[in-house]
Design a protein around this ligand. Structure first.
Ligand SMILES: *Cc1c(COP(=O)(O)O)cnc(C)c1O
Length: 435
């Protein structure tokens, strides 16, 4: 009944039918912090980190796990991930600045993105970032020049696009030919980039990277792309390309709705490591160290959004709209790419589903629906609903549309809760306006 598989490890329903997360009742969290509120389960977060480091290093000790900050980051989480031995992927000067302010060491920080600005690259150089993952010819020239001016030699990887479709939503597919990301192997651009990287005076090309998209529910795309990219790398051995590092990116899937059954982390590890070691053996190539870049698969399953129900509108014979106090401002994913979610009535978690409803947000868009035509118990205004698997790409993509303040973030563990980001105030939202 209760869809345990999409909730954090510690989630349970108590004898009063109340949803409990990390030992805290959802109703108590809603009362204390208000709604909407995003709850992160610390045990699940740490367990996911340990699964990635553990499962990969068990098969291949030279693996680094680099957390993709764009899934969601904040200073307390940066500390937690550091404690768990993770490195970090950033895609903007802002994410980099956050890590710097959290005093994260820069050696295992990777800068990604298809259009890093001159300012962002200068900031990265200034703070001695470990790695820049080059995504365009423009960037290669720019970084070479800026590194020269800074008197530095910058370690780089080159992002190649292997031309493999991972069968996910078109908006989150990145490793195909028709993509703004990376150098396509197919067009010869990747080869040109490698030669340019080897020749660049102030850049040290130390390996290759690809990222296929997200979420990827199949193992096959990783196998095919890993083999293809390593074979591509081998072609440049004589020209001086040493594959010291290899990254097959992130994109590891999680279950958003019951019945969805993504491969376990161990299966991704097995596929990637065995393909890499076998291909390297065949090519007589020293296996590079491996960099894995999960974002969603670490923080997604740990997060639950809690909303309170307000207006309920029944259109007879058409649809029953149950409106909540959040929506597309804190979770754009259903509107952006038809993402689906489970919904649980947090204060009636063991009640029988009785009616088909649509959960609507409070934003002024008809498309602001969090879940459509789902079965829930009889609901009343004031009830709470919980949306699981909401830790990734919800708060990080949040906006102030309609000037709604963005929700707070609460970490729960062993019956205690801790605010790691407060709710925005109206003043916060007007802070940058110049009058
Ligand atoms: C977004 C991204 C990731 C993380 O993707 P997830 O689906 O969150 O695992 C990893 N690497 C790169 C280069 C990315 O752009």
């Amino acid at each position: 009944m209760f869809p345990q598989s999409v909730f954090p490890d510690t989630a349970e329903v108590d004898t009063q039918g109340q949803l409990v997360l990390g030992g805290c009742r959802a109703t108590d969290l809603a009362d204390e912090y208000g709604t909407p509120v995003y709850v992160l389960d610390e045990e699940t977060l740490r367990a996911r980190c340990r699964s990635f480091t553990g499962e990969f290093r068990k098969l291949y000790p030279a693996t680094n796990v680099s957390y993709a900050c764009k899934a969601y980051i904040n200073p307390e989480l940066a500390k937690l991930f550091q404690e768990e031995g993770l490195g970090f992927d950033v895609v903007s000067g802002g994410e980099l600045a956050l890590l710097i302010s959290a005093q994260v060491p820069m050696d295992e920080v990777y800068f990604h993105g298809n259009n890093k600005t001159p300012q962002e690259l200068s900031e990265a150089l200034e703070h001695s970032i470990g790695w820049v993952v080059i995504d365009s010819f423009y960037e290669m020239e720019l970084l070479d020049r800026l590194a020269g001016q800074a008197g530095r030699t910058q370690d780089i990887l080159i992002r190649v696009s292997p031309g493999i479709d991972p069968h996910t939503h078109v908006y989150t597919t990145t490793g195909v030919l028709d993509s703004k990301f990376g150098f396509a192997i197919q067009t010869g651009h990747a080869a040109e980039a490698v030669r340019m990287g080897l020749a660049a005076k102030n850049l040290n090309l130390r390996g290759l990277h690809f990222h296929l998209g997200s979420p990827i529910f199949e193992l096959e795309p990783y196998r095919v792309a890993t083999e293809l990219v390593l074979r591509f790398a081998a072609e440049f051995r004589e020209e001086g390309l040493e594959m010291e590092r290899f990254s097959p990116g992130g994109g590891f899937a999680i279950s958003y709705i019951r019945g969805q059954d993504p491969p376990p982390i161990s299966a991704y590890a097995e596929t990637i490591v065995s393909t890499m070691t076998e291909t390297c053996q065949e090519l007589d190539m020293e296996p590079p160290s491996l960099v894995i870049e999960p974002g969603r698969a670490i923080i997604g399953p740990a997060g639950v959004a809690i909303y309170r129900i307000g207006a309920i509108k029944d259109v007879p014979g058409v649809r029953k709209f149950v409106s909540v106090d959040g929506g597309m401002g804190d979770n754009i994913r259903p509107a952006l790419y038809q993402a689906e979610y489970e919904v649980v009535a947090a204060n009636k978690a063991d009640w029988e589903p009785r009616e088909k409803v649509t959960i609507a947000g409070k934003y002024c868009e008809s498309g602001d629906l969090l879940a459509s035509d789902i079965m829930l118990p009889e609901l009343e205004s004031g009830d709470l609903i919980a949306i699981p698997a909401a830790g990734a790409y919800c708060p990080s993509m949040a906006s102030n549309y309609n000037l709604n303040p963005r929700p707070p973030m609460v970490l729960v563990k062993d019956g205690k809760s801790r605010l790691i980001r407060r709710r925005e105030s109206y003043q916060d939202m007007m802070h940058c306006d110049v009058v």
